[in-house]
Design a protein around this ligand. Structure first.
Ligand SMILES: *[C@@H]1O[C@H](CO)[C@@H](O)[C@H](O)[C@H]1NC(C)=O
Ligand SMILES: *[C@@H]1O[C@H](CO)[C@@H](O)[C@H](O)[C@H]1NC(C)=O
Ligand SMILES: *[C@@H]1O[C@H](CO)[C@@H](O)[C@H](O)[C@H]1NC(C)=O
Ligand SMILES: *[C@@H]1O[C@H](CO)[C@@H](O)[C@H](O)[C@H]1NC(C)=O
Length: 295
């Protein structure tokens, strides 16, 4: 009886140990964990779950009330490839939050409350291919070197944010960019924007929902769609330059005219003086001749 019991017990202990190893660290409460994937969608989480297995590749935190991504805990997840944080209330400054995630390919931060993006926000995400920042109504500033290190970026969505301006250099040096979402932002179509509209025309990048990329200000261009406004901007901004040029040319013309007038006047004076002198000389000569004739 006892000899067969020994191996059975050993098997049970072994299975238990395997189970414990497989589940450690435990799957966070309210989340489901499958092979390398943790899914916590729609669980009204207020905080980032703390017991996420360290080898997780895919983390889905969509549709919760998370307002803060803790930098230290995030950066233990060095194998993370896919991170979905859409529909939360993240409003913190995300600078240096993603510094350990250099395998991350997909990052969704849409439908949050982000306010600004700088070089330090995504600079370590050197494998990033998809970045969704849409529907962040308080996102008003994206610094011009914000994506300088994200050279693999293919899909970038900045639709429905508070952006009024985007420096062309923010996106023009992304060699793999295929799709850029810009629609329904309150774009300020001033002369600084001309460069961007020119880039849009020749970039070859796809602009989803392009009809809804339009100017919000100035009032005269409100509602104009962005690629179309290019010729108007071209005209107004270049005409503006020409006005200055005209003033400059006018000034130069006036100078030349004045100089000419003065020169002509001087030449005239010289001619008159010369004539006056020569005729006087002739008279004197005549007088001499007369005197000679008399003697
Ligand atoms: C978003 O952030 C602003 C301040 O930047 C704050 O006033 C507002 O309440 C936030 N909204 C949400 C939904 O958290
Ligand atoms: C990202 O940019 C920083 C600063 O320019 C640089 O030091 C770093 O090497 C870059 N990272 C990669 C992987 O290119
Ligand atoms: C155009 O508007 C942006 C912001 O909306 C501003 O930063 C920029 O200085 C403006 N350019 C000019 C020429 O007014
Ligand atoms: C453009 O915006 C309007 C209102 O802002 C919306 O009703 C429409 O569906 C948008 N078009 C597309 C193609 O999304």
């Amino acid at each position: 009886m006892s000899p067969p019991n020994g191996p059975n017990l050993l098997w049970l202990v072994l299975l238990f140990v395997i189970e414990v190893i497989a589940q450690s660290p435990n799957c966070p409460a309210k989340c489901t964990c499958q092979y390398l994937e943790v899914n916590c969608t729609g669980q009204q989480l207020q905080d980032f779950p703390m017991t996420i297995p360290l080898d997780t590749r895919q983390l889905i935190l969509a549709t919760n009330n998370i307002s803060y991504l803790p930098s230290v805990e995030m950066n233990f997840l060095t194998d993370l490839v896919y991170l979905d944080c859409r529909e939360n209330t993240i409003s913190e400054d995300l600078d240096f939050v993603f510094i350990g995630l250099n395998k991350l390919i997909y990052l969704d931060l849409s439908f949050n409350n982000l306010t600004r993006v700088t070089f330090n926000t995504f600079s370590q995400l050197t494998s990033l291919v998809v970045l969704k920042l849409s529907n962040n109504p308080n996102l008003v500033a994206i610094e011009k070197d914000s994506f300088a290190n994200n050279t693999w970026l293919r899909h970038l969505d900045m639709s429905r944010t508070g952006l009024t301006f985007l420096d062309t250099s923010t996106v023009k040096d992304l060699p793999n960019l295929k799709s850029l979402g810009l629609s329904e932002n309150p774009w300020n179509c001033n002369c600084s924007f001309l460069d961007f509209t020119l880039w849009m025309k020749k970039s070859g990048v796809r602009f989803p929902d392009a009809k809804n990329i339009s100017c919000y200000s100035p009032a005269t261009l409100h509602g104009w769609s962005l690629p179309e406004v290019e010729s108007t901007l071209h005209y107004t901004c270049l005409l503006h330059l020409q006005e200055r040029d005209y003033a400059f040319l006018g000034l130069i013309g006036f100078c030349i005219f004045s100089a000419g007038t003065v020169a002509a006047w001087l030449a005239g004076m010289c001619a008159v003086l010369y004539e006056f002198h020569t005729t006087k000389g002739e008279d004197e000569e005549d007088e001499d001749e007369d005197e000679e004739a008399l003697t």
